[in-house]
Design a protein around this ligand. Structure first.
Ligand code: ADP
Ligand code: ZN
Length: 792
């Protein structure tokens, strides 16, 4: 890490290689080297170069991914006194008042201060004077990474006192006389005599007032402690022992270990139905890797899914586990990063960016639920973590395990071609039956004139679950109350003024909200077309289901989990814990609840509408629907009782839906792969999607047409390359910007060599075009997405 002059200021840069003679003529010397161990190694540089080439994005953007959290762009300039104070002052001469002030300030602060501090204490003249003293050799300048602010928090700790212990031991009839007090003391005694207040509360053994009374009676001592913030504070992890693997798990683990021990381990696809014990295989593979002194990365797709995973991993692997994801505070993330670099954590669990954790001696990368679209990054470099993991593992001679109950069509195809080893776990643990789906044809329901969100069959099943003391999961992949608000008189649908989408109605806050740009409108909603004020809510969201549920089954307790209820940092933990504790019988939510939950008491899954993903204008709509339905269904029947899945739909005959309900993955795969081959879509071709956005529709059209012309000329004579568009993107306007897209289909990415020329040419075209039109260059932008997962 170095500090280099650029224009009139200093910037942080990275030395990634040396050359004998620079290609550029005007080169300025490096100003300073940063006083820190290197933040990434050669392999990481190689990986970033690969990403930059593959995803057609600048190397600097790729490098930013591997920098320590929050420390990416700035270093602190520290001024240090390196001579004896008196000697230094002597050298300043008589009239150098300001120099003396600086030297004294340094001497008073253990001989060093950040430049910023000097400037704010003494004045803006400080840097100039510092330079003078530096020239004389009295002080030196260093650049360092700023220290992470160790955020600490005060926690209330409750401890059983001597009197409390005595009371517990001697007073045999306390249990009868004051059971709450007895439970409190008992709980503390069982947990080593001391617990944090939140932990004790979570056990729910007694009310606040009983606790207060016990403190006042001197049986419990209350104190406040300052503890460094730890990522897992307040969470208990019961120890967990390894299971004896069943025959299929054993075969899979053996193949994994064989691969781990080979020269180039490559990758394997662990295809196991929900509840087949994939996680157990990961854990034992990780154990093997750790025993050989190497480290592991485990990627999970969504934060809502991590609590249970983290719990299981912590329970098994303890302090070795670090957690990296965006919901951690910056300080927490930096602490984890530091711990990883210093070798205190050898297993990193996290979202896609955890791939770039500074682990030494990487041996294994696990990509859990590998089919998930969240592995794709939404801003440049638009990388897919699964693909990058493959490259990283190749560099480190590590193994990748792609695990899923519903592998992506591409991975399944790669396994079929022998690119990945194909490992299967076709049965659930203990041969528990896979749940079977029953479709409720909502068309018939509509004909009977009872348009309802929750069909009678689902309502009856929910009531049955309630009676039996079991639990249910209700799934609807749409938050809010209503997908849109429609004028009752003229049929007008309320649209976002900035985006080409309808506004969703959120009943609790009572406003219309755009899910793309957050634009919101408050009542009264008068129709802009006819001026009337009567509306209809159409297209239900989770909020509406919640209301409907209350109306139909008032005694049933439900808890909702979606983007609206999980804004707070730990809310997803809390919601899941609330549900697991049995205080709610129904967990209602969006795709956040589709994966990973392993709650044995859940015996019913209700899918409110299976149609939300079928209608998407995307060639993967069928695949997404199949995956989602299979994953949600997999949340039930994980205990000893069989599970039931009720699917409400207007398309009961769709092949993806039928296959998902029958649990027939291979039927789905065969059909889908045939379709893909016929229309030449991945895995039979590679896609590059380009989206031009502009404030003005004409500019979007002109620029995308220019790009189209350039690409046609460049690739016209190459076999198998097809250009689709330019055409308005499915989301044709977002945040007031018009969007046009072009899609390149090519037999391989190699056949698109030279596409980066297009980007250079586009830059100069844009500059001259915008000059001619008299608009700012930033009003026109281009996104290049290699291997897109969404074409919207
Ligand atoms: P998956 O990751 O495929 O959904 P899990 O690893 O979560 O499956 O396993 C499902 C349940 O079965 C978990 O509760 C797990 O603890 C348990 N389990 C896994 N492997 C075994 C085994 N070999 N013997 C007994 N129980 C197991
Ligand atoms: Zn909008």
């Amino acid at each position: 890490m170095v500090v280099v002059p650029f224009h009139n200021s200093l910037h942080v840069g990275f030395v990634i290689e040396f050359c004998a003679r620079p290609e550029l003529s005007k080169i300025r010397p490096i100003a300073y080297a940063v006083d820190e161990p290197a933040v990434f190694d050669e392999d990481m540089v190689e990986l970033c170069k690969w990403m930059s080439r593959y995803y057609l994005s600048p190397l600097s953007q790729a490098l930013h991914l591997v920098l320590p959290p929050g420390r990416a762009r700035h270093v602190i300039e520290v001024i240090e006194l390196i001579e004896d104070v008196d000697q230094a002052i002597e050298k300043t001469g008589l009239r150098a008042e300001r120099e003396r002030l600086i030297i004294e300030a340094l001497a008073a602060s253990e001989n060093s201060l950040p430049m910023r501090e000097l400037k704010s204490r003494l004045g803006n003249w400080a840097p100039q004077v510092v330079r003078k003293i530096e020239a004389r050799g009295s002080i030196a300048r260093r650049f360092v990474l700023p220290k992470a602010k160790i955020s600490s928090l005060k926690i209330r700790v409750l401890e059983i006192s001597e009197a409390g212990k005595q009371a517990l031991a001697e007073n045999a009839d306390m249990q009868k006389r004051s059971p709450a007090r007895y439970r409190l003391l008992q709980a503390l005694a069982e947990n080593g005599g001391e617990m944090s207040a939140p932990d004790l509360q979570r056990l729910q053994v007694a009310s606040h007032s009983s606790l207060r009374a016990a403190i006042d009676a001197g049986l419990i001592i209350e104190s406040r402690l300052i503890r460094p913030r730890r990522t897992f504070t307040n969470r208990f992890f019961a120890r967990d022992e390894a299971h004896d693997l069943n025959a299929e798990q054993n075969t899979a683990l053996k193949s994994v270990i064989r691969a781990l021990e080979s020269e180039s381990p490559g990758a394997c696809l662990l295809h196991g139905v929900t509840g087949s014990g994939k996680t157990e295989v990961y854990l034992q593979a990780i154990d093997h890797v750790l025993k050989n002194g190497r480290s592991c990365i485990v990627l999970v797709p969504e934060i809502a899914l991590t609590p249970q995973m983290v719990q299981r991993f912590k329970a098994r692997l303890g302090e070795d586990v670090a957690l990296l994801h965006s919901k951690l505070g910056l300080g927490e993330r930096y602490d984890q990063w530091r711990g990883i670099r210093e070798g205190r954590h050898r297993v990193v669990i996290g979202a896609r960016s955890a791939l770039f954790a500074p682990l030494k001696d990487l041996g294994l990368v696990v990509i859990d639920e590998e089919h998930e679209t969240t592995y794709k990054e939404g801003s440049s470099p638009r990388y897919n973590a699964g693909r990058v993991a493959f490259e990283l593992a190749r560099l480190k001679k590590a193994l990748v395990i792609y695990g899923s109950a519903t592998p992506s069509i591409e991975s399944r195809f790669a396994a079929g071609q022998g690119d990945y080893a194909y490992l299967q776990l076709p049965r659930r643990i203990d041969n528990r039956p896979l749940p079977r789906g029953e479709a409720v044809d909502m068309r018939e329901l509509k004909e009977t004139g009872m348009p309802s969100l929750i069909s009678p069959r689902l309502a009856t099943a929910l009531a049955g679950v309630y009676k039996a003391g079991e639990q249910a999961i209700l799934f609807l992949n749409r938050r809010g109350f209503a997908r849109f608000l429609q004028c009752h008189s003229c049929g007008h649908i309320f649209q976002c003024p900035n985006c080409s989408v309808s506004l969703c109605y959120h009943s609790r806050e009572g406003y219309l909200l755009c899910h793309h740009c957050d634009w919101r409108a408050l009542p009264p909603f008068t129709c802009p077309e006819c001026g009337k004020g009567e509306h209809r809510y159409t297209g239900a969201g989770t909020e509406r289901v919640e209301a409907e549920l209350k109306r139909l089954l008032p005694s049933l307790q439900s808890i909702r989990m979606d983007a609206d209820t999980t804004r707070r940092k730990d809310s997803h933990w809390d919601i899941l814990e609330h549900f697991k504790s049995g205080k709610a019988q129904v967990l209602l939510g969006t795709q956040m609840i589709a994966k990973g939950l392993d709650i044995p008491n859940v015996t019913l899954v209700g899918i409110i509408s299976a149609d939300t993903s079928l209608g998407l204008p995307d060639f993967r709509a069928g695949e997404r629907t199949f995956q989602l339905l299979t994953q949600v269904s997999g949340r039930t029947g994980r205990g000893t009782r069989p599970g039931r899945v009720i699917v409400q739909t207007f398309n009961p005959d769709h092949y993806a839906l039928r296959a998902a309900m029958a649990g027939d993955e291979s039927a789905f795969y065969e059909r889908e792969i045939r379709l893909r081959r016929e229309v030449n879509y991945p895995p039979f071709c590679r896609l590059v999607n380009m989206v031009v956005a502009a404030n003005n529709e004409e500019d979007a059209i002109n620029v995308s047409e220019w790009i189209g012309g350039f690409l046609t000329e460049k690739f016209a004579n190459k076999a198998g390359i097809e250009l689709l568009g330019p055409a308005p993107a499915p989301l044709s306007r977002i945040r007031g910007r018009y969007r046009y897209h072009l899609t390149l289909k090519a037999p391989s990415l190699q056949s698109l060599t030279g596409l980066d020329d297009c980007l250079d040419a586009y830059e100069s075209f844009r500059a001259s075009y915008c000059r001619k039109r008299g608009v700012a260059r930033e009003t026109v932008s281009l996104i290049v997405d290699v291997d897109p997962v969404s074409m919207l």
